[in-house]
Each structure stands twice: as C-alpha cells, then as structure tokens.
Design a protein around this ligand. Structure first.
Ligand SMILES: [Zn+2]
Length: 115
C-alpha cells in the first residue's frame, strides 16, 4: 500500500510504502507535546516529494533522532533515526497521511518517559 502524507500547508509532502499494522503513542517529553501516532518503516520506504531544504529539523538530548517539521505551518509529519541494529528508519506520523481511518489503527502506548 502506498500512502501520501504532508504537513498542513503542503510545503512538506511525501509518499510511504507499507502496511500499517499499528501505531505507537509515546509519552516522552516531545511526543507527549506533539501528540503524534508513529508508524515505523525502513527509511527507504519513504520518498520525499518536496525538497529536504523545505523542512526544519529539531534534535535534542542525544541528537540521534531528527524530528522534521514544517517551518510554515508547524506540523511534524515524520522523524528519522536508526533502529538498535543501525538501520535507517523513519517514524511516520500517521495523523499526516491521507485516506486513513485512524480509529481502525491499533495504538500501542510506549513509556518513553521512563528511558
Ligand atoms: Zn506546512
């Protein structure tokens, strides 16, 4: 399945390939504030449709996750990082995908604050 996603104003747009079998809600200091529902995919399943330079990027703490957001509308469509094996992954905020029934996606609550 191919999904299309974007920020609110469209300055950041992308396509992502895969099957959404669940999403993660995290209570760490940034996820709690963003309210995103994350779906993790290998980074190569994500294709940006807009220039990388149109996104702003926020990092904090160990600087290992790049939290991308739109500098115009402020929406956070996805982040990038690596899994424990060192593979590049993207954390897609499924709230930014088109044509998705959010209520049908099982949500797992992750205690990121405890890390
Ligand atoms: Zn925007």
């Amino acid at each position: 399945m191919n999904y299309r996603g974007s920020c609110h104003c469209g300055q950041v747009a992308f396509e992502v390939e895969g099957r959404i079998d669940g999403a993660m809600a995290c209570n760490c200091s940034i996820c709690q504030r963003k309210g995103s529902l994350m779906w993790f995919v290998p980074r190569d399943q994500l294709t940006l449709l807009t220039p990388q330079s149109q996104m702003a990027t926020y990092t904090f703490n160990k600087q290992v996750i790049q939290h991308h957001f739109c500098p115009t509308c402020g929406i956070h469509p996805f982040g990038e990082g690596t899994d424990p094996k060192g593979n590049a992954v993207a954390a897609i905020n499924i709230r930014c995908l088109e044509g998705i029934d959010l209520a049908a996606v099982p949500v797992k609550h992750f205690d990121g604050r405890a890390l």
